[in-house]
Design a protein around this ligand. Sequence first.
Ligand code: PAN
Ligand code: ZN
Length: 199
Amino acid sequence: MNPAELTSPSASTLDFATGDMVPFGRAVTRRLSEMGRAFANAEAVASLLGQGQDPVIYRSFAHGAPEQAGHLAHLTTIVLPGVVGDEYYMTRGHYHLKDSAEVYLGMAGTGLMVMQARDGRFQVEELVKNKTVYVPPGWAHRTVNTGSQELIFLAVYFSDAGHDYRSIEEHGFAARVLARSNGPEVVPVPEEGASCTAT
Ligand code: PAN
Ligand code: ZN
């Protein structure tokens, strides 16, 4: 790294109960209208938006490290509890443009991470407080709040990894997590996900 790009050390305080990061560099609020085609039930989405409801699906607080090689981005995400149709609130999900790994740490709440390789293989891991999930290079990842409280987690990834949302928007994930009366059910969707290619 060019010495001119060196930045000073910094520190933040995380509130495990709320997901707040103090100080933070960037905050994002993602509403239903910004979720693209993430939720399978387009009628349920249109119905909610048509009634003038545009609920917040998740929020995030990023530390704000430079988006340069060698740096680590880290941010908290707060996925609200709720459903759209029979699908739990979740993140949009993405591959990283530069295949590289990511580590998640559960801080509060109950959720599942759906991870998927470009050949359509998928794996689901529970994400709860104190649990880490390692996302290897090349695996898309989406986080689903299956509980009745906020799902809060920390994610750490390479700052220059980039985010490929388009592959997910076009091909979806090979599994969806549906809310059933007896709890969450992971439902494979073979026609989705499998044809994802790098962009
Ligand atoms: C996370 C996610 C965050 C929001 O920080 O970006 O939870 O999810 P989407 O970006 O899929 O909407 C991460 O995986 N960063 O790489
Ligand atoms: Zn990621």
